[in-house]
Design a protein around this ligand. Structure first.
Ligand SMILES: Cc1cc2nc3c(=O)[nH]c(=O)nc-3n(C[C@H](O)[C@H](O)[C@H](O)COP(=O)(O)O)c2cc1C
Ligand code: SF4
Length: 406
C-alpha cells in the first residue's frame, strides 16, 4: 500500500470522488473507448450506460478474476503484483455506476493470489480507501473476495453469477443481460480485472490521452501474454493495435534457432489460429475480427513447424470436452465427439473420414449453444481444419508414432 500510494496510488479515485460526478466519470470512460479485456471486447462505458440508475434496490459490480483461458496469464500478474491498482479501478467503476458492494470472483486454484488480494483489501479498509467513507468522501464501498472452484465455464459472466449465488456454475440464457438482471436479480456490471486496472491511468491522464495510445475505437494499452515456442515467453504491455508480428519477433524474441513459425493463436485458445502470412494484423478487437479471428484475452500462443497439428487439435478438443458444463446437447455431445476423434488422430489411429467428420461436428456445435463456450470450441477447430486440411489428411494416411505422455 505504501509503495502504491508513494507512486500516486489512489489519486485518481480521489479525483473522481471529490471533483467529478458519476455521469462525468462514465462519460470519460466512454470517450476513452476502453474495451473489455476479458474476451468479448465490449466497450466498458457503453456497458455501464445500460445499468438503470433509478431503481430502488442495490447494484453490484462483479470482478471477473477467473482467468481460465489457456494461454492467458495477465490478470494473475495484476492481482499478485499490483492488487491496489485493481482496487482503485473498482472504486472508480463503483462510483460511476452507483455500486456499494463489489465482489471479486477469483479462480479456485489461485490460492496464493487470493491471499494477496485479501491482504490488499484489508490494507485498503485500514487506510480508509474502502468502507463507509471511501477516501474521506460520502461514498461507501465494500469489496468481498469470493473464491471459485476452478471451472473454466465460471468465467462466463452468467455462470459466474450463478456460482456467486452459491449455485452450480451453469450459464444463464440471455437476455436478460446482467446489466439489468444480474447478481441476486439486481443490475450488475461484470468486468475483467485488466479492464478495471486501466481506470486509474485513464482518469489520471484523461480520455484523450488514453485513446491516443491505441486505436480510434479501442483505446489504451494491453497486456499481451506470449507463450509457446518463442525465445522470451512472457507478458508485454504494448499499445492496442501493435502488429502481432512485432510482439512475437521483437518483444518475445521470435522462435529459437532452427524452428519456423507454423501458426499463431492470437487471443487465447478460443481464437481461431492465424498462418504466418497473416501475422501483420494489428492487435485490436476490430482488426482481429476482420482477420477472421479474435483478440479475446490477448494470450498469444506460438506454434512451431515441428508441432504436429493433430497434437494442437487434440489439446484443444480435450480441453473443451472437459470444460463443457453439459447443459446443452450440441456442446455436451459435440465437444466429447470432437475430443474422441482428435484423440485417435493424435494416437495415429485416424480413419479416412475423420477430418471431414471433425469439420461436420464442429459446424453442428457452432451457433447452436446457450453460452459462447460452444462457439469457443467450434471456431478454432473449424479454422484449424480449414487451414491445415492437407496435414490432417496426411496424418490419417501416414500416422506418426504417438507422442510420449507428458
Ligand atoms: C467460457 C468462457 C470463459 C470466460 N472466462 C473469462 C475469464 O476467465 N475472465 C474474464 O474476464 N472473462 C471471461 N469470459 C468473458 C466474460 O463472460 C465477460 O465477457 C467478461 O468478464 C466481461 O468483462 P470485460 O468486458 O471487462 O471483458 C469468459 C467467457 C466465456 C464464454
Ligand atoms: S455451450 Fe456448453 S458450456 Fe455453455 S451452457 Fe451449453 S453446455 Fe454449458
Amino acid at each position: 500500500m505504501a509503495e502504491y500510494e508513494a507512486g500516486g496510488g489512489y489519486q485518481s479515485a480521489r479525483k473522481a470522488l471529490t471533483s467529478l460526478t458519476p455521469e462525468a466519470v462514465r462519460d470519460e470512460v466512454r470517450k476513452a473507448a476502453l474495451r473489455g479485456r476479458g474476451g468479448a471486447g465490449f466497450p466498458a462505458g457503453a456497458k455501464w450506460g445500460f445499468v438503470p440508475q433509478d431503481g430502488a434496490g442495490p447494484r453490484y459490480l462483479c470482478v471477473n478474476a477467473d482467468e481460465g483461458e489457456p494461454g492467458t496469464f495477465k490478470d494473475r500478474r495484476i492481482l499478485t503484483r499490483t492488487p491496489h491498482l485493481l482496487l482503485e479501478g473498482i472504486i472508480i467503476a463503483s462510483y460511476a455506476v452507483g455500486v456499494h458492494t463489489a465482489f471479486v470472483y477469483i479462480r479456485g486454484e489461485y490460492e496464493m493470489i487470493a491471499r494477496r488480494l485479501e491482504a490488499a483489501v484489508a490494507e485498503a479498509y485500514a487506510c480508509g480507501c474502502l468502507g463507509r467513507r471511501v477516501l474521506g468522501s460520502e461514498f461507501g464501498l465494500d469489496v468481498l473476495v469470493h473464491r471459485g472452484a476452478g471451472a473454466y465455464v465460471c468465467g462466463e459472466e452468467t455462470a459466474l453469477l450463478e456460482s456467486l449465488e452459491g449455485k452450480r456454475g451453469w450459464p444463464r440464457l440471455k437476455p436478460p443481460f446482467p446489466a439489468t438482471i444480474g447478481l441476486f436479480r439486481q443490475p450488475t456490471v461484470i468486468q475483467n480485472v485488466e479492464t478495471l486496472a486501466n481506470l486509474p491511468r485513464l482518469m489520471a491522464d484523461g480520455a484523450a490521452a488514453f485513446l491516443a495510445l491505441g486505436r480510434p475505437k479501442d483505446g489504451g494499452t494491453r497486456l499481451f501474454g506470449v507463450s509457446g515456442t518463442v525465445v522470451r515467453p512472457g507478458l508485454y504491455e504494448r499499445a492496442v493495435g501493435t502488429p502481432l508480428r512485432e510482439i512475437i519477433f521483437e518483444d518475445a524474441g521470435g522462435l529459437p534457432p532452427g524452428r519456423r513459425l507454423k501458426a499463431v493463436i492470437p487471443g487465447g485458445l478460443s481464437s481461431p489460429l492465424l498462418l504466418p502470412d497473416e501475422i501483420n494484423v494489428a492487435m485490436d478487437v476490430d482488426s482481429l475480427a476482420a482477420a477472421g479471428s479474435m483478440l479475446g484475452s490477448a494470450g498469444i500462443i506460438v506454434i512451431a513447424d515441428d508441432t504436429p497439428i493433430v497434437t494442437v487439435l487434440d489439446r484443444m478438443a480435450s480441453f473443451y470436452a472437459h470444460e463443457s458444463c453439459g447443459q446443452c446437447t450440441p456442446c455436451r455431445l459435440g465437444t466429447s465427439w470432437l475430443a474422441k476423434i482428435a484423440s485417435r488422430l493424435a494416437k495415429g489411429e485416424g480413419r479416412p473420414g475423420d477430418p471431414a467428420e471433425i469439420e461436420r461436428v464442429a459446424g453442428l456445435v457452432r451457433g447452436r449453444t446457450l453460452c459462447p463456450l460452444g462457439d469457443a470450441a467450434a471456431l478454432p477447430i473449424l479454422a484449424l481444419t480449414r487451414k491445415f486440411r492437407t496435414e490432417l489428411d496426411a496424418a490419417v494416411a501416414h500416422p506418426r508414432p504417438p507422442e510420449a505422455p507428458r
